[in-house]
Write a protein that binds this ligand. Sequence first.
Ligand code: PEP
Ligand code: MN
Length: 266
Amino acid sequence: MSATLEILPMSSWVDTGGKPLVIAGPCSAETEEQVWETATQIKALGYANVLRAGVWKPRTRPGSFEGMGEAALPWLAAVKKETGLPIAVEVATPQHVELALKYGIDILWIGARTTVNPFNVQDLADALQGVDVPVLIKNPVNPDLALWIGAFERINRAGIKKLGAIHRGFSNAQETKYRNSPMWNIAIELKTMFPELPMIGDPSHMAGKRAYLFEIAQRALDLNYDGLIIESHCNPDKAWSDAAQQLTPAALGEMLHELHVRKPEY
Ligand code: PEP
Ligand code: MN
């Protein structure tokens, strides 16, 4: 499969001092207090380069919490001001892109359930035409490398050169140890085709459980991944989404210390 992408280095959109990028924050922005508590605690650890929070949540079944939507964006703008950290949110529709940019969100990511659909990805690409914002693209839920590459091509053709890949694993038909199988070879193949494409491991969505985060994060770093995105919540057991896989900022700090991810120098 031959493909070309025009990609700017990760250092053009985030300063990690040459160390692995750390994106951390809750699965979902739930309340103003939860966002504030979590973000200020993560900032205090000194490890994070970027804060994440889901505002529009793609839930598998209806009736679950689907995100606070636009109401959460001012909370994120406030923690950006307080911590000085850039903010990343998931976008799935052109309206999400428009609102995220309106509130000064710094980095957008495309979720695994959106990457699978070329119509959705093209709609996002059209909305991003002429916009200068970094876009991270999660692998599609199914193990289809061409579909992942196609999403990069569509977004890149819209003029977005600040790109990154998020490897969050692939869904399983049966119960397995991990919530989503890493299938490391697929991400490695993508990185081999596009060595300049930053590869960010998402242990949270692969693991599905706190207990497995460390081993997956370590594997990603052993494979020379450019960064990690990890879900962290000030009260994980009470989280409104992905409770079992989130960890407190304090536990995140211990894990990053054990992983020898060094603190960036601001
Ligand atoms: C998320 O990052 O919270 C999320 C919904 O992820 P994914 O698209 O990997 O399922
Ligand atoms: Mn999540």
